[in-house]
Design a protein around this ligand. Structure first.
Ligand SMILES: Cc1cc2nc3c(=O)[nH]c(=O)nc-3n(C[C@H](O)[C@H](O)[C@H](O)COP(=O)(O)OP(=O)(O)OC[C@H]3O[C@@H](n4cnc5c(N)ncnc54)[C@H](O)[C@@H]3O)c2cc1C
Length: 394
């Protein structure tokens, strides 16, 4: 595998960098750097800016409005986006369900849903997990009973990221009971405005409202909203999960965070040294992380090249997410007492707190708390270890 960029890849990198520095909405970058939480509107503006270059539908073929990039181009684009600190594309529509509709949807479904995803006029949520079915997803029980041309849905989905912003939710539902629990699952797209849907907010320990439980009480969904064949939902879900697992690498963000840590620690006070960066323990931890990220980058590129088996991708999920958590621990060390200023989301003077402390203090606590979830979503670390172990004892 060649780690050097080719001449055309270098030119592409410069083009992407120039776009983010000059043509991308700068107020969004400012908000991110200040530690403000972005609104739905901010994300739509950000995604519309990317789409103005036809850069939103990453992973989509050109024929459906994607950029038709190679894996390397996609990696360069994502690295540049994270380098400057632009928000990641909200994955549920563009990265998760979009490619599934492209591959398995009917021409009518493609026409109905894909243009709105690319114009960011519709947002989607992912309805996989249920209160009793997370790691053991195939045991899911949200029922979809046939009634004329419709399914009638009853049950719950949980941990639904940004379900309260979503216009649509793609759900795994049980249309029948098979001999194996993976059988009898179907993949349906549900209009979030349907009667019988209720959104129950879940506030996470960083005080944010990102997650939800969504209950379905006799929700009528046209059968034409099913993707692919009835009972084959598990197959489509797995196609999706295989793309989801690598999307947690975020090497560009890790590199940007480490650069920022090095600069900020150089200015941060220390009791016994000229700066925090001169404290041997802190400097050693930072150096170890820099080495780890350099190694992880090579492995991620190898995975993108298709060189790695599933078990190796699982070990990458563990290492990349644990590394992200360790980086947040270093930000907490850097922030010291200013991390304590992390306010409750309901605090009236949230903006005031942001202004009166170094922004990285507030952001450090926010990330430290939220990033605990990285080793849970997309398949917990224990489940990844099971995959690795099974591959070894075969
Ligand atoms: C921030 C966040 C966002 C999320 N967003 C979404 C979303 O948008 N849509 C969606 O559908 N889901 C979402 N999820 C849900 C996520 O996929 C599940 O939380 C995850 O699959 C784990 O399931 P669970 O929470 O039910 O835990 P459980 O499966 O109940 O696991 C509990 C504990 O037991 C361990 N465990 C379970 N089974 C085994 C086993 N066989 N061997 C060893 N250990 C085991 C787990 O590792 C874990 O530590 C999100 C989760 C989080 C935290």
């Amino acid at each position: 595998m060649n780690l050097q960029l080719s001449a055309s890849e270098s030119a592409f990198q410069q083009e992407v960098r120039h776009f983010f520095e000059c043509d991308y909405p700068q107020y969004i970058l400012e908000k991110v750097h200040r530690g403000d939480r972005l609104s739905r509107e901010d994300h739509c503006v950000s995604q519309a800016a990317l789409q103005s270059k036809q850069w939103l539908g990453i992973g989509w073929p050109k024929a459906h409005g994607g950029p038709g990039w190679t894996e390397n181009q996609r990696y360069i684009f994502e690295s540049e986006l994270e380098r400057i600190g632009a928000p990641n594309i909200i994955p549920m529509a563009v990265i998760y369900v979009g490619p599934i509709i492209v591959e398995f949807g009917t021409p009518e479904q493609q026409q109905r849903w894909l243009p709105d995803i690319l114009s960011s006029t519709s947002m989607w949520a992912q309805g996989y997990s249920e209160p009793e079915s997370g790691s053991d997803l195939a045991s899911l029980g949200l029922r979809a009973d046939r009634n004329g041309d419709d399914y009638i849905l009853n049950g719950n989905k949980v941990w639904t990221t940004l379900g309260h912003w979503a216009d649509w939710i793609f759900c795994l539902v049980r249309t029948s009971k098979g001999e194996r629990k993976q059988e009898g699952i179907s993949f349906v797209c549900v209009d979030m405005r349907s009667a019988g849907i209720t959104i129950h907010p879940i506030i996470t320990m960083n005080g944010a409202w990102e997650l939800n439980r969504i209950s379905f009480d006799n929700v009528r969904v046209p059968i034409i909203n099913r993707i692919g064949e009835e009972g084959r939902g598990w197959h489509y879900a797995n196609v999706l999960l295989s793309t989801e697992r690598l999307s947690y690498a975020h090497i560009g963000k890790k590199k940007a965070d480490l650069r920022k840590l090095r600069i900020l620690a150089g200015d941060a006070p220390s009791d016994n040294y000229a700066s925090l960066m001169d404290e041997p323990l802190f400097a050693a931890k930072l150096a170890a992380l820099e080495i780890e990220v350099a190694v992880l980058e090579v492995w991620v590129l190898r995975a993108l090249d298709g060189e790695l088996a599933q078990a190796a991708v699982s070990s990458l999920k563990i290492k990349c997410t644990e590394c992200a958590q360790t980086i947040t621990e270093l930000f907490m060390l850097l922030s010291g007492r200013s991390a304590m200023a992390f306010p409750d989301i309901n605090l009236a003077d949230w903006q005031g707190v942001l202004l009166s402390t170094p922004s990285y203090g507030v952001m450090s606590a926010d990330s430290y708390l939220f990033e605990r979830s990285q080793t849970i979503y997309g398949g917990t670390s224990e489940i990844q270890r099971n995959i690795i172990w099974k591959s070894l004892i075969r």
